[in-house]
Design a protein around this ligand. Structure first.
Ligand SMILES: [Zn+2]
Ligand SMILES: [Zn+2]
Length: 415
């Protein structure tokens, strides 16, 4: 299939473009601070890109990020909460001590995990660097701000839903907004996320010589093949946006041994929480049926549950307007959907998770091509632009309490 490649927008220089509108002078200062720190921000992006670490193992990335925000005045916790590679940096505004000055508390988020075997095929290096860049810009004007800037380094997005643990650990308590972008091949201010979960399936059988005593064996690979076949047939009865997909992680040892153990890693996803629950039950049933068919036993372990997304339009529209001032015009939300633990964050406070193109439209995510795109000069300009726009959006929340109130009102009405 040929996919049309449409080049991404030409970005106006952040250092010399008038952002216009309300708070234009402050927004221009934030852009100038990002521009002045471009070498540090982009060096971080490239260092993380060149040293990919998978979920829960982001030891170097978390240390580099923590050092960067600490150097700009944040009080940093690493680890923050129960995850060894989670980060919290806090910086109170200079007006926080004034009457009524303790709010808002604005969360600036950063992701930094990579994909096993592929590296930064999801471009999380740009998310880490843009989050740090926004934190640097806001820190420079913190003496003028009320409330608190809360930087959260959020590990394990690709597997394990690290933000769910961080929510349980109380790291999102008291925040008024959570701001995080994702690199993509398209630009849009809202995102649709599928409820999703990882499933580890292990079949246990009985080993035997595949030629001399096959009748003594109970074949765990047969069970696995029956499971994949039934999942394939089941797909016809699923809604078009539902997803179930998996890989075999253990398929047996040798052709002449009846495998006594096989394992697979599946993911189940749906845009509808109720449908998701039905899929989960049905999938467990398919696993039990496959075990029965091959006279095996099965273990089914679910983990890393992520929720659907509740987009906050008050925040999303501010982000979009700030982005547009630099020539990057958001388009409609596309049909293709993924999953993210940002969905879980969006269920507890006003949240945005916009996408900004770092490459031509049509480049698939989780690919070598997207990985390479995440370290190009264009991706660098997007990283600096998003750092600027996130800082500007946060500034509007610090400067205008009615905007924070409107974001919360929308959040409450949508529940
Ligand atoms: Zn991602
Ligand atoms: Zn990803």
């Amino acid at each position: 299939m040929t996919v049309e490649r449409r080049e991404p927008a030409v970005i106006r220089p952040i250092g010399s473009t008038d952002p216009g509108g309300r708070f234009a002078a402050a927004k221009a200062r934030l852009a100038a601070i990002v521009e002045a720190n471009r070498d540090e921000i982009l060096a971080l992006s490239h260092r993380i890109h060149a040293n990919p670490e998978p979920a829960f193992e982001e030891v170097q990335a978390s240390a580099w990020i923590a050092d960067a925000v600490r150097a700009h005045g944040f009080a940093v916790e690493l680890p923050a909460g129960s995850l060894p590679t989670a980060i919290r940096g806090r910086l109170r505004g200079g007006r926080a001590e004034q009457p009524g000055g303790d709010r808002p508390r604005i969360g600036i988020l950063a992701e930094y995990d990579a994909l096993p075997g592929l590296g930064h095929g999801c471009g999380h290096n740009t998310m880490a660097a843009s989050g740090v860049g926004a934190a640097i810009a806001l820190a420079a004007i913190a003496p003028e701000l009320p409330g608190e800037i809360v930087f959260l380094g959020t590990p394990a997005e690709e597997r394990g839903s690290g933000k769910v643990a961080m929510i349980k650990d109380g790291l999102f308590d008291g925040l008024d907004a959570a701001l995080l972008f994702h690199p993509s091949d398209m630009t849009h201010v809202t995102c649709g996320l599928l409820a999703s979960e990882d499933v580890e399936v292990t079949f246990h059988g009985f080993q035997a010589h595949a030629a001399s005593d096959p009748w003594q064996g109970r074949n765990a690979l047969d069970a696995m093949i029956v499971l994949f076949s039934s999942v394939g047939l089941w797909r016809q009865q699923l809604h078009p946006e539902a997803r179930v997909h998996g890989v075999i992680t253990e398929g047996g040892q040798a052709a002449n041994i009846i495998p006594d153990r096989t394992a697979a890693w599946f993911m189940i996803r749906s845009p509808d929480e109720a449908e998701y629950e039905r899929m989960r039950t049905r999938f467990e049933g398919l696993c039990r049926a496959a075990a029965l068919a091959a006279d095996c036993t099965v273990d089914v372990v679910f983990s890393g549950r992520a929720s659907t997304m509740r987009n906050n339009m008050v925040l999303a529209n501010r982000f979009g307007a700030n982005l547009e001032a630099y020539g990057v015009v958001p388009g409609p939300q596309p049909d293709n959907l993924g999953s993210s633990d940002m969905g879980d964050v969006s269920q507890v406070l006003p949240t945005i998770h916009p996408c900004v193109a770092i490459c031509p439209a049509g480049v698939p995510g989780h690919s070598i091509e997207f990985r390479d795109a995440a370290a190009t000069p264009y991706a660098d300009e997007v990283t600096l632009l998003v750092a600027t726009v996130v800082a500007q959006t946060a500034y509007e929340l610090f400067a205008d309490p009615s905007l924070v109130a409107a974001a919360w009102a929308e959040f409450r009405e949508s529940s």
